[in-house]
Design a protein around this ligand. Sequence first.
Ligand code: ZN
Length: 240
Amino acid sequence: MTLSELLSNAKHAVVLTGAGISTLSGIPDFRGVGGLYSRTDIDANKLFDIDYFRRDPSYYYRHSKDFLYNLDEKEPNIVHKALARLEEKGILHAVITQNIDLLHQKAGSHKVLELHGSPMEHYCMKCGRTWDFETIAEKVRADEIPTCDKCGGIVKPRIVFFGEGLPEYDLSEAEREARKADLMLVLGTSLTVYPAAAVPELTLQCGGQVAIINRDPTHLDRYACWTARDLKKEFEALEI
Ligand code: ZN
């Protein structure tokens, strides 16, 4: 069985993506070697902690400047591009992602459900005013800490921080798609973080198949109809 065969046999394919697909675009996996959690100069738990952010948003902005506010320099890779193409052909119905790097949208995917939110939009925590990524990124790159120019409130990215609720719409849509899917393709995630890890479980519970491409084994490998390890190799061989 090949990836091309799996996808051409599917009637409602959905994909779940994680950090492993963005490493091909030069974005280190937060939890991997060279990622945020391995850095000694940044405390990743503090960086994305909502209580800490409310007290001192400057910690987040100063330390995420070099890996979040330069995302416009990163380009989608062969996997992001193939997924956009599969959606256009009507084969893929949704991209559910744990990533906050905006590369699916940049590749041209339309239905992207972001379980951990997104830095695409920033908002004032006091009055609700919103700004796009580029406006805020310009300030952050100039070492400014953005504040609301209307009310002086704290400006926060719409990324889900520790201690915050999940984006309701994206999560419920992801669950709906997971139940409907006859094929859930899991790409570049070790399925250790919930709620993402529960997404392919829903597909299995509803009688759909799960296929997994990830560098390391996952706890769902033994329930999968197909597994592979090398994303780049599989997508280079994709004939759709
Ligand atoms: Zn405001």
